[in-house]
Design a binder for this molecule. Structure first.
Ligand code: PML
Length: 240
């Protein structure tokens, strides 16, 4: 589901949701997603798009990243903690700078792919970016994550969706790490994720009210970019 508003003749994304379900569950989830779209704090959307696709491929199992919360008092502290982590993973300072400039600059629906050493941006469409899709978290794992973040997030469903995305991304051998900042001005917890350190939730990653945000994936080259994008966007996975 994708809900958007039209502002100054431009379509602005306001909420979205997705999952992999059995046929008999569809009606229940369509209603749930519709409710989410129309109950958004920003008010009614101008457009809601539902897409249903039959999955014919095998659903690939992917291990869930471990989840930890790192408490930071300010966005300056958060940025310092994140940069230190990324540098320890071998990511170059210029790649980190490019990631922050994309996240704090243009609004992209998808993620930017950045060469972790040269800082070159590799996504073919710089406006759209790469959108991680066809994902679902297994029910048992979802319960575990919800228990882990109890009282630590005002929007537990947002955390589940983010851990699901991050686990699919980190599963790719070409990906060194991911950084994500929500574009929701009221949601100030973001994360960095990697195979080594798991999913690290970072509080106060941005200041309240800032409406910029986005995702950056640091990748190793050479790589088969089409194959990576196809996996992220099209291969169905269940996060266990
Ligand atoms: C969290 O762990 O609290 C979720 C951070 C995800 C931010 C991305 C989003 O807006 O969904």
């Amino acid at each position: 589901m994708r809900a958007s508003r039209i502002e100054n003749s431009k379509e602005i994304h306001i909420s979205g949701a997705e999952g992999i379900y059995e046929f008999y569950e569809l009606e229940k989830f369509l209603k749930k997603f519709f409710k989410r779209a129309i109950e958004h704090p920003k008010g009614l959307p101008d457009k809601i798009v539902f897409t249903l696709e039959k999955i014919k491929e095998e659903i690939q199992p992917v291990e869930a990243l471990s989840v930890k919360t790192v408490f930071c008092e300010s966005s300056e502290e958060a940025q310092k903690v994140i940069n230190e982590h990324l540098i320890n993973l071998g990511i170059s300072e210029k790649a980190i700078t490019v990631a922050w400039s994309v996240i704090k600059g243009q609004k992209m629906r998808g993620a930017t792919l950045i060469d972790y050493l040269t800082a070159e941006r590799l996504e073919p469409d710089k406006e759209r970016g790469v959108r991680v899709s066809r994902i679902q978290m297994d029910k048992k794992r979802r319960m575990q994550v919800l228990k882990k973040i109890k009282n630590l997030s005002s929007e537990p469903q947002r955390v589940i969706e983010a851990v699901t995305i991050a686990s699919k991304v980190a599963f790719c051998p070409e990906v060194v790490a991911e950084i994500c900042v929500s574009d929701n001005p009221d949601y100030t917890t973001g994360y960095i994720a990697s195979k080594e350190h798991g999913y690290l939730r970072i509080t106060n990653i941005k200041k309240q009210g800032e409406n910029t945000g986005g995702r950056a994936f640091f990748v190793k080259t050479p790589l088969d970019i089409e194959k990576l994008i196809k996996f992220l966007e099209k291969t169905p996975v269940v996060v266990l």
